[in-house]
Write a protein that binds this ligand. Structure first.
Ligand code: SF4
Length: 245
């Protein structure tokens, strides 16, 4: 009997809203592997997911601050600064009113100082264009300078509970290893974005995306993944991972 497969093409309804032609699927996933991946990832997350401060809020401002801080910086360095920053600037309005030099000083020592300036500019724009409330539509989020596809997906998913895809370094690594196994992940970004969208179980985008990020950081890490203990090893295309020498 032929194996039933699912493709990563966006659903016809969603695709129609962006274009008259449905997207061509760039990668095919076996239906069983998709289901197993979803179930095992969510189960793993229920047991081992991290308890992080930005998972206790759905405030788009707080989610945005955490996402910008987490770009290029480890979680344990971000946590104290996240609290300090929010105490000083508790809303888009507070941040927009602050002088950008003060924002940069508060940001220290996280580094990559373009980030506080971007955050400040997003706050000014949110206040000027939306009265201090971040919009939830993808196109509007992407129109902000400093909000790219990943950040827009994270805001929609973590603040507005939408089934929006995300693709950061961790997610890219996990999806590429499990479902592709060959080639350079960076050269397959479009297919990985499609995968990230197609894999989200309906109505569970928040947990699924948080789980993907934790799994990529704690199990399927870059250099030394825990393949022997991994719940995906029965269908992972990279199992067992062999580090390059
Ligand atoms: S089996 Fe190894 S490479 Fe595959 S998902 Fe698990 S940890 Fe990652």
């Amino acid at each position: 009997m032929p194996r039933r497969t699912v493709t990563t093409a966006t659903s016809p309804t969603r695709a129609k809203s962006r274009s008259s032609r449905p997207l061509k699927p760039l990668v095919t996933i076996e239906a069983g592997a998709k289901r197993r991946f979803q179930m095992r990832l969510l189960k793993w997350y229920r047991h081992y997911g991290r308890d992080l401060p930005w998972r206790k809020t759905s405030d788009p401002y707080r989610i945005l601050v955490s996402e910008v801080m987490l770009q290029q910086t480890q979680v344990d360095r971000v946590i104290p600064k996240y609290h300090e920053f929010l105490e000083r600037y508790p809303s888009f309005h507070h941040l927009a009113q602050a002088p950008s030099d003060d924002v940069k000083k508060t940001w220290y020592p996280l580094g990559y100082n373009i980030r506080p300036l971007r955050l400040h500019s997003i706050a000014c724009e949110t206040v000027a264009r939306y009265g201090g409330t971040l919009p939830k539509e993808s196109e509007e989020l992407l129109s902000f300078k400093g909000i790219g596809r990943y950040t827009a997906g994270a805001i929609r998913s973590f603040a507005f509970n939408e089934d929006a895809p995300i693709l950061d370094t961790n997610v890219m690594r996990v999806l590429h290893r499990v479902f592709m196994g060959t080639g350079d992940p960076k050269a397959q970004k479009n297919a990985l974005w499609q995968l990230s969208e197609a894999l989200i179980p309906k109505g569970k985008g928040y947990d699924f995306n948080q789980a993907l990020m934790d799994f990529g950081s704690m199990v399927c890490n870059a250099r030394d993944p825990y393949c022997l203990l991994c719940p995906m090893k029965t269908f992972c295309k990279t199992y067992p991972f062999e580090p390059k020498r």
